[in-house]
Design a protein around this ligand. Sequence first.
Ligand code: SF4
Length: 292
Amino acid sequence: MNPAEPQVITIMPRSNRERRDQYESHKLVKRLRRLAGQAIADFDMIGEGDKVMACLSGGKDSYAMLDILLHLRSRAPVAFDIVAVNLDQKQPGFPEHVLPEYLTALGVPFHIENQDTYSIVKRVIPEGKTMCSLCSRLRRGVLYRVAQELGATRIALGHHRDDILQTFFLNLFYGGKLKSMPPKLVSDDGRNVVIRPLAYCEERDLEAYAELRRFPIIPCTLCGSQENLKRKEVKAMLREWEKRHPGRVESLFTGLQNVIPTHLLDRELVDFSAIRATGTPVPDGDTAFDVE
Ligand code: SF4
């Protein structure tokens, strides 16, 4: 082409499909930001002057959490800091350049903690058994220490709604407890406040978000651990329920936010021996199942 010739740029009309995809992506981004903002507000997760340590594993959820937190901070009514932290557990094949490059490009302060928990787990857990539980415990301990060293006042983890529900059923099926992962809690060592800003977000939305934002995902299973089969089973159970009974999972999650201790059997929560007829009607007093 003659360089003197004016270049004609043809703008192709966008197809309906492209337009629809763009619209859906826009809705997805807005929904995730709204839900994270809502969870942060509902559970009073972050306040003025907090320093939030965003734990980044290289998985889709933690990337999404950091991304959403950075956006929310730019519009938040309170000022807070964010520092991203990754624990390099020295798993064979861990691409240690990926996160520093990503975080540098993002312009967010970060810290990479190098600690070979992989060797400990390999030494302690017999071959072929799942290593995740010990691995996570060791990781937690290191992260709690790092939070203190960095002066963080909040430790943010990327667990989402489906993690919370799965944990609830794992505790119920295998531990005989009504217990899950709270969106905000004090850590085991009593020195840190842990928050889960994605507590209201659905995993499938986070999967779509990771694809949309093209996060450089690092698979957790590089270590070669067996997957936690019980968690996998519970996940499949919830997916199947949702397929066969749309809305059921949402109802379960709503249920976790509507606990009625008087209608359970926990004598620690209710002093049943103190129960007396008061003569005053109690709405739903003896209704066992509210929606027939
Ligand atoms: S898959 Fe490997 S790195 Fe991930 S939690 Fe389990 S043992 Fe740890």
